[in-house]
Design a protein around this ligand. Structure first.
Ligand code: ACO
Length: 388
């Protein structure tokens, strides 16, 4: 059995900050109401021209750099989003192209739960030996799906992207256990109604079907029923207990939901990562952004056991127990003894450097190839023929 070790991580958020005080000028609300009900102080909003692909590429480049890899090393890209640049093609292909990767790519939609679904999916490709290096992205420019006159929703959401790179590893690491769930009966509680069932007619647009429609109370009840239960179930499946969990990284939808889940689990808040105050609910991006910040802030160490747990439109939920890095193993002592991990890390670095050099060399040929194929296409067009 192979495991997907997290070897790179990164995030991207737009520079533009929208505070609760800014929102007071847009709708009938207050900083006090928003903060006490949700824990949000501010969120980031992507300006025109910055799309889900833009943020995804930035987060992915950071993750690749952290892993010491280049895009050409990727075997697969999985993108979780509910706000793709276009309905077709999938934004995953746009991201693959912009990154300069040469691999399969697909988009997965599970609302705010998407990243957890995508990470678990990546682990399956790695466990079977199909792929070795997978980029997993959670990204949203959800602000474009928001009715900025609807105070029920516009105060909650924000834009951003997070990405991780998982790489095949023989030692138990990465996703150790998981639970994926869906209850479509709750679909009407959280939806963007526009689509094949509701095409963009004048009437549909007048009903604002292009925006998020949410029954906040029902989603809240669902989340408080589900989060702790799913996390506990998944921790049990990993053979661990709640005391073994170093950090919970929940979907950042509402600080009250997170605090309640922690209480139900018996997990102190020091072991729960919360950054909703800065970004609001970034949907599928919230867990990878939080994970990246937790690592960067030193809250996640080599060998730590994390529980990631999300919920969202569908209604869906997912949780995963994830081991970060490799567990410390006792090593032979003595002046000749070399810790296996050090050797493995060195081997990995040499392998990556060799592959990177090889890829760079072949990438240098790309402009030449592009010029030749462009020339062929031009000639074919002028002869009104299809290029070969
Ligand atoms: N400012 C001021 N008052 C408001 C606002 C606002 N922005 N929004 C609603 N209110 C009012 C309501 O109209 C209501 O007034 P009423 O009692 O006169 O009818 C009152 O505040 C209380 O409303 P509730 O909905 O009961 O407030 P609640 O305490 O439940 O908090 C909230 C609302 C924050 C939306 C909460 O229900 C929640 O977080 N729900 C979960 C939402 C969520 O997580 N969604 C994302 C899922 S992830 C995904 O897939 C995208």
């Amino acid at each position: 059995m192979l495991y997907g070790r997290i070897v790179g991580w990164g995030k991207a958020v737009p520079d533009n900050i929208l505070t609760n005080f800014d929102l007071e000028k847009l709708v009938d609300t207050s900083d006090e109401w928003i903060f006490t009900r949700s824990g949000i102080r501010e969120r980031r909003i992507a300006p025109e021209g910055v799309n889900t692909s833009t943020l995804s590429v930035e987060a992915s480049q950071a993750a690749l750099e952290k892993a010491g890899l280049i895009a050409a090393d990727l075997d697969l890209i999985i993108v979780a989003t509910s706000s793709p640049d276009h309905l077709l093609p999938a934004v995953s292909s746009e991201i693959q192209y912009q990154l300069g990767a040469n691999c399969g790519a697909f988009t997965l939609v599970a609302g705010c739960t998407g990243f957890a679904y995508a990470l678990v999916t990546a682990q399956q490709f790695i466990a079977t030996g199909a792929y070795r290096t997978i980029l997993v992205i959670g990204a949203e420019v959800i602000s474009r799906n928001i009715d900025w006159t609807d105070r029920n929703t516009c105060v909650l959401f924000g834009d951003g992207a997070g990405a991780v790179i998982v790489q095949a590893c023989e030692e138990p690491t990465g996703v150790l256990s998981f639970e994926l769930g869906s209850d479509g009966e709750g679909a009407p509680h959280l939806m963007i109604p526009l689509g094949i069932a509701n095409p963009p007619t004048r009437e549909a647009l007048d009903k604002k079907y292009q925006y998020i429609h949410m029954n906040g109370r029902e989603v809240f009840k669902f989340a408080t029923r589900t989060l702790a239960r799913s996390a506990a179930e998944t921790i049990g499946r990993s053979g661990l207990s709640i005391h073994d969990i170093d950090l919970m990284i929940p979907h950042q939808a509402n600080a009250r939901i997170i605090e309640l889940a922690a209480r139900q689990l018996g997990l102190p808040m020091e072991k729960v990562f919360v950054n909703i105050d800065k970004y609001g609910n970034t949907s599928a991006a919230s867990i990878p952004i939080a994970l990246t910040e937790a690592i960067e802030e030193g809250r996640v160490k080599e060998g730590d056991k994390l529980v990631l747990v999300g919920f969202g439109a569908g209604l869906t939920w997912a949780s995963a127990v994830v081991q970060f890095g490799l567990a410390e193993k006792p090593v032979a002592t003595g002046w000749l003894a070399t810790p296996t991990r050090t050797v493995k890390a060195a081997q990995n670095k040499i392998g990556v450097a060799a592959r990177t050099a090889g890829m760079r060399a072949s990438l240098m040929l790309v402009p030449l190839y592009t010029r030749v194929s462009r020339k062929q296409r031009k000639e074919a067009n002028s002869n009104n023929q299809q290029p070969k």
